[in-house]
Design a protein around this ligand. Structure first.
Ligand SMILES: [Zn+2]
Length: 457
């Protein structure tokens, strides 16, 4: 499979090379590997848009919204590829930021309009975001993460199950909304968005250099207000130089539009908007990873293949059909250091098949084998000193161990509470996961979940 792909890649490169003279004059970047369909981009985006609009104070001013929407749609008319239903909204926040979610929704902060010197610079930001959507960068990243070895794997509990990729992602709380790890782009994606964005600007009659100028303003201005933009859109380096080199290739020189009276009016109007009440991610410290909402007191249950379990009704479960169940609160899955989604808060339950030995395996032996395997995928995992403890789980002998590992949240200490018991299928285990500093907020809910476990008789 891998070999076929390499060969294919070689053929593609060759084809690109021989066709290069024709395409040389224009930006020719195609969306990368993607396991989602464009229609799924739209569906995921619609769900994310609902979250974003709950989370952020949206501007509801016909003049401001109308202007940004008209400008954005005009630019989007020059976007290549799939015709996404592009839509532009304004967030009432002073920070300079803009973000695009899959399928066509683009959000621009009022701070961006206030910081832009002219319409061309604002058009630059919008074109750059349009390019991210047209090139499907978010779902490309998600696809690569899913493809990576052992996707959504923590502690060896491999996610299986049904519902399709999009359904699984949604169930796992891998969102594409604001602050989502899938909206933070790589430098390669940034360079592509700059180049395609430049082409969109050129085609719409704006000087593409205005986009690079605006990014330079952001970089120079620095400070906490711009950090968010730069963390979502990292500087690929030599931005201005790259765009400058590209401009002559886009077509003959033309008279570019720089500004419009509408822009000036809207900019003044934005300056006069009352500030939004503090809420949303900024109010919570603007952190990279948001702590999940408190677990609901109401529990709901699911039947997996080999057991049933209850969990807070604001959490979600995936993989019931496979016997490897993942249960997480919204935001409980984060992009870990290994660049694949990892569970920072939640639980995984699965079956482990211990290796046969000559003597009869004790529960402790089998659990030790499980821990050894878990350590292979999570080398920082180690037992907390006071060892294991016996307990009863649905009338069965069970073993409870506490291990410490490294959280996907900033590599902080993470606790993994693992409970094992023998079942006809092998060693059944559940691992409850939370960062150490939040452990006491989750301990009780984990206890309740454990007490709810039932095995078929
Ligand atoms: Zn970007």
């Amino acid at each position: 499979m891998r070999r076929t792909r390499t060969v294919l890649a070689g053929v593609m490169t060759f084809l690109l090379c021989i066709t290069a003279p024709v395409l040389e004059a224009r930006v020719d970047i195609k969306p990368g590997f993607n396991t989602f369909s464009p229609q799924q981009d739209i569906e995921l985006g619609q769900q994310a848009a609902q979250q974003v609009e709950k989370q952020f104070p949206m501007v509801n001013d016909p003049q401001i919204n109308g202007y940004v929407s008209r400008l954005g749609k005009r630019l989007a008319g020059y976007a290549p590829g799939y015709k996404f239903p592009y839509q532009f909204d304004v967030v009432n926040q002073k920070q300079i930021n803009a973000f695009a979610i899959p399928g066509g929704h683009i959000y621009v902060h009022t701070g961006t309009i206030a910081a832009a010197a002219n319409e061309a610079q604002l058009a630059g930001v919008l074109s750059h975001e349009i390019a991210h959507i047209a090139l499907r960068h978010s779902t490309n990243q998600a696809s690569k993460a899913m493809l990576a070895q052992a996707p959504i794997q923590i502690l060896g509990g491999v996610l299986g199950g049904s519902g399709g990729l999009a359904g699984q992602l949604a169930q796992l709380g891998i969102a594409f909304g604001a602050n989502s790890v899938f909206l933070k782009f790589s430098r390669t994606a940034e360079r592509q968005a700059d180049e395609l964005g430049a082409q969109i600007m050129y085609d719409a009659g704006y000087d593409p250099r205005a986009m690079a100028q605006f990014f330079e303003i952001i970089q120079k201005q620095g400070g906490s207000g711009t950090l968010e933009f730069l963390s979502d859109h990292p500087n690929p380096g030599n931005r201005i130089q790259n765009v400058n080199q590209l401009v002559p290739k886009l077509g003959p020189g033309r008279n570019f539009t720089n500004n419009s009276p509408d822009f000036e009016q809207v900019k003044r109007r934005v300056g006069g908007l009352p500030p939004a009440p503090a809420r949303g991610p900024q109010a919570q410290g603007g952190g990279q990873v948001q702590q999940p909402p408190a677990p609901s007191r109401n529990m709901r249950g699911i039947n997996a293949n080999f057991f049933s379990i209850a969990f807070p009704d604001n959490w979600q479960a995936a993989g019931q059909d496979s016997g490897a169940v993942t249960i997480v609160p919204p935001g409980g899955v984060v992009q870990g250091a290994r660049n694949v989604p990892e569970i920072a808060y939640g639980a995984v339950a699965s079956i482990f098949e211990p290796q046969e030995t000559r003597r009869r395996l004790t529960l402790q032996d089998a659990t030790n084998q499980l821990l050894a395997q878990l350590q292979q995928s999570n080398p920082h995992l180690h037992l907390v000193s006071n060892g294991s403890r016996r307990l009863r789980l649905d009338g069965q002998d069970a073993l409870s161990v506490m291990a410490m590992g490294q959280s996907a949240v900033d590599g902080e200490a993470e606790l993994n509470w693992i409970v094992t018991t023998f079942r006809p299928e092998g060693l059944w285990y559940v691992a409850f996961i939370a960062p150490e500093h939040d452990w006491n907020q989750y301990e009780r809910v984990f206890e309740r979940m454990l007490q709810s476990v039932r095995f078929p008789r």
